[in-house]
Design a protein around this ligand. Sequence first.
Ligand code: G6P
Length: 362
Amino acid sequence: RQAERGGYPHFMLKEIMEQPDVWSDCLLGRIQGDRVVPEQIGLTPEYLQRVKHIQIIAAGTAYHAGLIGKSLIESLARIPVNVDVASEFRYAHPVMEPDTMVIAISQSGETADTLACLRLARELGHFTFSITNTVGSTAARESDAVAYTLAGPEIAVASTKAYTTQILVLTLIALALADIHGHPRPDLVRGLLQLPLLGHQVLDVMEPVKDMAERLASGHDVFYIGRGRDYALAMEGQLKIKEISYLHAEAYPAGELKHGTLALIEENTPVVVIMTERDVADKTVSNILEVKARGAEVWGIVDSSLPVGLPIDHRIDVAVDLPELSPVLAAIPLQLLAYYTAVARGEDVDQPRNLAKSVTVE
Ligand code: G6P
């Protein structure tokens, strides 16, 4: 097993560390010059031209990738997107416009609720598309089209590399749609190819995350806040830490804290703030001041171009060149934070209690 783990103590750490290389594999052949090649993600330009609405369905971590996908598709291609948790969608009597493309995201391609949604969408006559890591999985076989995340086998129950490659595939879809619907972004297409290099750079400066984990490990809860895509990342950060370290964690949209959850912030409560969206950074700063006024200890996972002197206690910089491409980079410190916290608490990182890698029953 040690050999299978490539010398790492846990599969989860191996899978976190191999992400930059996995991203290269995921992007390989899917970009030509300044454009995404739709056929390489299972779609045709003719079909993309017809898409008017998108419905994303997924569970767990894949749902959190879907939230980032919504933000990217809406902001880049200006096509409306709904994202729903599969176990809710299947019983919600969903209303979908004609020309809605239904996207199922599933690492395993076998999650029972997600498959039920795919079947429902087909019955309703919609075009179904799966983003999955598992070649030949039920989701892949039962969809009209499929894009593989090509992350290689993911063994740890807590998803890491499957999540970031789901985000990459969603980014490719957003850019292909943007191009075809008249909003090309060649800068972002080229920027994608820089991500593996930037990923290695982020991994090289993650030492401070260990201190943060030591601090969290001895506490009993932690809050994650952000705005926009940073809020979606916050949701994934809190899920990751719950799954493997069993700490109580909550994610909140930074501006929504004051409507209730702020009541839980006390002297020394740890708060992790994610700030990679420059245009709302100053808004988030005012939310940081709100928690600091109640005594919170604040860690920032921060776009390195933001000014020094932010009102945070501990700063972890992520070099964000293009904010739209930053989620996969900012995911790394969140994954490592969960990992080191679980290690510090002596938990079984790869096989957390009560959880299964793939939930094939309802
Ligand atoms: C399980 C796993 C999660 C995963 C979710 C969805 O709950 O423990 O890590 O995110 O299923 O799995 P899927 O294979 O559909 O992405």
